[in-house]
Design a protein around this ligand. Sequence first.
Ligand code: SF4
Ligand code: SF4
Length: 464
Amino acid sequence: MRFPLALTVKIARHIIKHKILRTPRFALVLQLEPLHTCNLTCTGCGRIREYSTSLKDMMTLEDCLGSAQECDAPMVSICGGEPLIYPKIEELVTGLRDQGRIVYICTNGVFMRKKMKDYLAGIYSPALEPTLAKLLAEKLILEKDAESIRKGKQDGRPVIKPSKWIYWNVHIDGLEYTHDLIVEREGVFQECVAAIRMAKLLGYQVATNATVYKETDVQELEQMFQFFSSLEVDGHTISPGYDYDAAKKDIVTRLGKKPEDFFLTRAMTREKFAKIQEWGERFTIFGTTVYQEFLAGKRELTCTAWAIPTRNVKGWKAPCYLITDGHYRRYQEMLDQVDWTKYGVVDGVVRDPRCENCMVHCGYDPSGALGTNYQGGDNWKMFKYNFWPRPAPYYEGRKVNAFNGFSVGKGHLAEAKAAINCGQAEPKNMFDHHSNNGNGGSCGQGDTSQRDELLARVREAKKV
Ligand code: SF4
Ligand code: SF4
């Protein structure tokens, strides 16, 4: 099965209940953004730009848990910003599980190993020694980490435990060179792979989460699926990158590019996703079959953005994750007051110019699950999607040349470092927890100073 049976049943019951009650609009997945602070500054990320004036603000734990109860979505995707920076992330995950919800922790992966070491310390007993030995042998923890795990956890706080109800959803946009380029920092891909290996070894469920841009090489995407399938990840979410205002502005002002050089139009999305159904046969793609057909240009869907609402420090963001026409205090208030007929593209007619190129999963993936634009055979496709055995791991993927950048001395800053003659003799993982303060670099401020300074000096060097 694509998901554990209990999860599929939970979501199916929720949809059937609302169909019987004839609820016109209801939430399937809550995108909860407890904070917008992030330790990275990815190209194309609208969050850290749109909310740049409130990066230090965060939702209270009570507000987060109350929002989940308020919209009653069976699944909560905790995103941000970087949710592992949220000081009460463990309490949040525990609270959502106490409410019986499925939890996705959407992370850039940099702090995952730290959280898993906390978990190990929280459950430590001598019976854990074989696991520690394996982690040490695989170089996923250091001897000093093992020592600290053996001391146990003293703060009495909860930990994030492996569970069939919880997924780590790790942001991965390509193989090493591409991923580090997009997240604008070297070493992140390497850290993500280590975190995913450690998570699988400890019995967590892990998905990868990719955004496809104009520059994304489709062949590389396939290699990425192959590689992560060989690590036995449990699934892949994939969505086209979209030129929403905040991200567009950043591309123009900071990087000096045109939005159309980076983001996808509808036609380009269909081209890039032409093979998605084939990938769906070979890899555990999480978008429904109907959404996959939509991405491949084989059918139209109507946007159901209300089914994946976004809640953040400012309130319920309307109408969707991408466009902000307002923030509401209550989910129901948003449902009632937004004129949903103004948005989306219906039968080729663009209702709002900002929706023209949007095919993102948070607008259209629920449309498949909710049966909007139903076509004969869809029920069978959805049944097969949920209940058929999922594709087996592709162990040949271990042969993929995934580490094609920073770790072999070809990081995106290589040219800059060479130009100013300050390169390191050996490539070094700047996120290595024993190489610095353990915080994974300049956390919390969206600090691009290293990259910006180096690139400025390259430009200067080229002038002379
Ligand atoms: S990891 Fe990247 S995409 Fe995610 S919030 Fe941080 S900057 Fe944005
Ligand atoms: S189509 Fe839907 S999800 Fe996409 S931008 Fe418009 S309202 Fe938002």
